[in-house]
Design a protein around this ligand. Structure first.
Ligand code: S3P
Length: 435
């Protein structure tokens, strides 16, 4: 059944919202907790489909992870660096690229053990050689369809050796997989990225007691020495800025809106969205800035106002890679033509997000020109309600809901349930904030 959106004429958005826990930090807290010695407690873990996939894979290898429910502290009983049991069946990563890619790094060095990873229709189409290639340089054996690029993937655990690896794309998933494999290798490993990607793994590894050195131009080189034991920790997961992004854009473009998003993670490697919204002249205040368990956190207040077009180039992409779909919606409401370039990575996300946003927002009257590595979006265009589809992509579903907010007439959204991958309460929060 499609979801009816934007049917109440002139309704605005007002109030306070707490977005669920950061997806990247949630995955990592489960994974690092699993390979640590002792118990890890996780407060604020994202209770959504993607982290559930990570937890299910860990349980299948003998890790005791307590039930993941909203508002509950999750406990992981670490099995130590070498404690995983060989799973009896295939490990299902669902829709989650982070689960599959980080698992590849985590499992490649388990000598003598065999693992098979698979996922849903979307994940089985996503490129995995970007992880398998670097891991092969460390001695990993990973086989899969299309020359090892596509899941299902079979890992025959090997004794790994350290390496110096230059990654062709700035991807925190690739970097983190290499760092996890490096922990189990026989000599040090250095990973060098073209541009720094999000650094949650580095921060959390340090918090768990591992030593790593970060250097090079703009923190693009990370070195890990193997054989270090991690110690279980008390992790507090901040709200996900990638989920907050929907409210930030919705607040900036909806006449009369005044929204406060509480407890948002403000790690500088993730705050590109704030830089772009400021570039657009959006009215955003950062309040109550603080540090929570090694990650900067604050509350964000946004009110409606006039917006100017933005320019986003390759250097900025890693800091807002997941926010481009909703920024495309903001661009429709700005004065001038907004441009995104250097964003070819969007084509290999849960869907081809450049094509899907051009197609779905286009159905609502947006004027988007799509390029191989980005798009140009005409501003000052009045969107109209239409029949649209998430195409199973969580961020597309929520971006289209934001667009429906300022469109004339009603929108019917097919497959809205995709939002549950990262933000299960999105639809109830939307209803509550529509004053
Ligand atoms: C993530 C990294 C990003 C992001 C994804 C989560 C992570 O992917 O798009 O949603 O947790 O490391 P890439 O590393 O492929 O850019």
């Amino acid at each position: 059944m499609p979801l009816a959106l934007g049917t109440t004429a002139g309704c605005s958005l007002r109030g306070t919202v707490r977005v669920p826990g950061d997806k990247s930090i949630s995955h990592r807290s489960l994974l690092f907790g699993a390979i640590a010695d002792g118990t890890t407690t996780i407060e604020g873990l994202l209770p959504a489909e993607d982290p559930l996939s990570t937890a299910a894979c860990l349980r299948a290898m003998g890790v005791d992870v307590s039930p993941i429910e909203a508002g509950q502290t999750v406990t992981v009983q670490g099995v130590g660096l070498d404690g995983f049991q060989e799973p009896e069946s295939v490990l299902d990563c669902g829709n989650s690229g982070t689960t599959m890619r980080l698992m590849l790094g985590l499992l490649a060095g388990r000598a003598g053990r065999h693992f098979v990873l698979t996922g849903d229709d979307s994940l089985r189409r996503r490129p995995m050689k970007r992880v398998g290639g670097p891991l092969a340089e460390m001695g990993a054996t990973i086989a899969g369809r299309s020359g090892g690029n596509l899941a299902p993937l079979a890992i025959q655990g090997q004794t790994l050796h350290g390496a110096t690896i230059r990654t062709p794309v700035a991807s925190a998933q690739v970097k983190s997989a290499i760092l996890l494999a490096a922990l189990t290798a026989q000599s040090p490993t250095t990973v060098i990225e073209p541009v720094q990607s999000r650094d949650h793994s580095e921060r959390m590894l340090r918090a768990f007691g591992a030593e790593l050195s970060v250097g090079g131009p703009s923190n693009t080189e990370v070195t890990v020495t193997p054989g270090q034991r991690l110690r279980g920790q008390a992790v507090v997961v901040p709200g996900d800025i990638s989920s907050a992004a929907f409210w930030l854009v919705a607040g900036a473009i909806t006449p009369g809106a005044d929204l406060t998003v509480e407890n948002v993670g403000l790690n500088p490697s993730r705050t590109g969205i704030l830089d772009v919204l400021k570039q657009m002249g959006a009215r955003i205040e950062v309040l109550n800035q603080r540090d929570v368990a090694g990650e900067p956190v604050g509350d964000l207040r946004v009110t409606h106002g006039p917006l100017k077009a933005f320019e986003i180039g390759a250097d900025l992409i890693p800091r807002l890679v997941d926010e481009i779909p909703v920024l495309a919606v903001a661009a429709c409401c700005a004065e001038g033509v907004s441009r995104v370039s250097g964003a070819e990575e969007l084509r290999v996300k849960e869907t081809d997000r450049l094509a899907v946003m051009a197609r779905q927002l286009g159905a609502m009257g947006a004027r988007i020109e799509e390029f191989a590595d980005g798009m140009a979006i005409q501003g000052g265009v009045q969107l109209h309600g239409a029949e649209v589809d998430s195409e199973t992509d969580h961020r597309v579903a929520m971006s289209l809901a934001v667009a429906a907010q300022i469109a004339t007439g009603a929108t019917q959204l097919h497959r809205p349930e995709a939002a549950a991958v990262s933000y299960p309460e999105f639809w109830s929060d939307l209803e509550r904030l529509q004053a």
